[in-house]
Design a protein around this ligand. Structure first.
Ligand SMILES: Cc1cc2nc3c(=O)[nH]c(=O)nc-3n(C[C@H](O)[C@H](O)[C@H](O)COP(=O)(O)O)c2cc1C
Length: 203
């Protein structure tokens, strides 16, 4: 089928936590992939509210130092004890791609399309997820492994990220994709019966 090459990439994308601090491709290529995704992935009413920040090498370590410090300061000790080794592993990877949505674009869109206003935040999350998936899948095609993280529930973490890289306060953090060269085995993935999940009529 014409879509086979596309689905080969879709199937190959997996969550990989064991990542080294190296990259099989140049930094410029990583940035180009993120730019392509942000340019071409759709958004509701073509609002183009997606923003992304690529943070590599030494700078990337700061992302996970901030997450570690934020969770240590604000969450119960048991939660921090569970998460601390993960922060250390993320810190040891090559980079992070941070995904944001610009609230200024979205608030303007709500004013322009009042009838759709109650749906705009959901559309924004859907579109951000499409961006995340596209970058994750494209980087996998280039030999990079990744895992998708969500520590934006901690305001201290997001504030530190905003401050450190002087990002507009209107950029709302949605996800953190940790990237690097895969060093471990893939975990086994099981699937629910597809007949229970996809129905078709009128064929
Ligand atoms: C919307 C979404 C949120 C996720 N959040 C996290 C997360 O916060 N931390 C994490 O380690 N994995 C997260 N994942 C990864 C999923 O656990 C993973 O994709 C799923 O188990 C299927 O495994 P695979 O990615 O290897 O196909 C998330 C995935 C999606 C699609």
């Amino acid at each position: 089928m014409a879509s086979d090459p596309f689905f080969a990439f879709v199937e190959a994308r997996r969550t990989i936590y064991a990542l080294s601090d190296s990259s099989p491709i140049p930094d410029a290529r990583i940035i180009e992939i993120v730019q392509k995704a942000v340019r071409h992935v759709p958004s509701s009413y073509n609002v183009q509210s997606a923003r992304a920040v690529v943070i590599l090498k030494e700078e990337h370590k700061k992302v996970w130092d901030f997450a570690d410090a934020a969770i240590k300061a604000t969450m119960p000790e048991a939660v921090y004890t569970m998460l601390a080794p993960r922060f250390a592993a993320f810190r040891g990877a090559y980079g992070s791609v941070l995904f944001f949505e610009d609230s200024t674009d979205l608030e303007n869109l709500k004013l322009q399309h009042a009838s759709a206003a109650p749906l705009i935040d959901e559309f924004s999350d859907v579109s951000s997820g499409m961006h995340q998936f596209t970058v994750w899948t494209a980087l996998k095609a280039e030999g990079l492994g990744a895992s998708l993280q969500h520590f934006q529930f901690s305001p201290v973490f997001t504030e530190k990220v905003q401050e450190e890289w002087k990002l507009p306060k209107t950029w709302k953090l949605k996800a953190q994709l940790v990237i690097g060269t895969p060093t471990g085995e893939l975990s086994e993935k099981t699937f629910k019966p597809i007949e229970d999940r996809v129905k078709a009529f009128g064929q």
